[in-house]
Design a protein around this ligand. Sequence first.
Ligand code: FMN
Length: 208
Amino acid sequence: MQVLSALQWRYAVRRFSEERLPAGDIETLVDATRLSASAYGLQPYRLIQVDSREVRKSLLPHAMGQDKILHCSHLLVFAAETDLGEHTVDRYMALLGSARALSQEAHAGMSNHMKTVIAGMTPAQRTGWAREQVFIALGTLLTAAASMGIDSCPMTGFASHGFDQVLGLIEQGLTATAVCALGRRHPDDDHAGLAKVRLAASDFAQVV
Ligand SMILES: Cc1cc2nc3c(=O)[nH]c(=O)nc-3n(C[C@H](O)[C@H](O)[C@H](O)COP(=O)(O)O)c2cc1C
């Protein structure tokens, strides 16, 4: 689909059909999300695919009554890292070193720069920064899904702490930050076909 048609076609689905998406489509979407941009390329988050019906049922009490987490085909939880630090930079530098040739000097310079930036943040700012990166990846996922004609609903209407406990995220240094339900819109979803509500282009974008 052309990008603007895809973005007009997509909407935040409130009611999903029971249709399951092919596994290959989900693999493509996870890979598209993995390729998302992030600040310094640090990717300070993980993507958790919740296939288990039992686990989804355990998440429901923490999802503000949004039972689409049960009915959607696939449920993806974005979990931000809560322990950003020097090890995060070391992990990236190791990947960088194996992907690209880099002089020792350039390597040390980049690494020190990133470590200094992170050291200058409070723990809350570090987690906030990791959470910001999640939303970029969420946007990538939504656009990729729309371009493939796959329906989605981005969600932050859930209690992070409850999701963290059910998914065992706390001990992994992660916290649930955003959720994306994927599947096919139900023929009776009353949000399907509603006109988009957006700022006019002239109010939205400025040229100076
Ligand atoms: C970060 C984020 C969180 C959202 N959380 C929810 C949610 O918890 N439940 C829901 O039904 N829709 C949620 N939405 C969907 C928005 O309400 C929807 O995108 C917005 O009203 C624009 O409509 P459209 O996406 O259908 O064009 C969320 C969207 C975003 C981007």
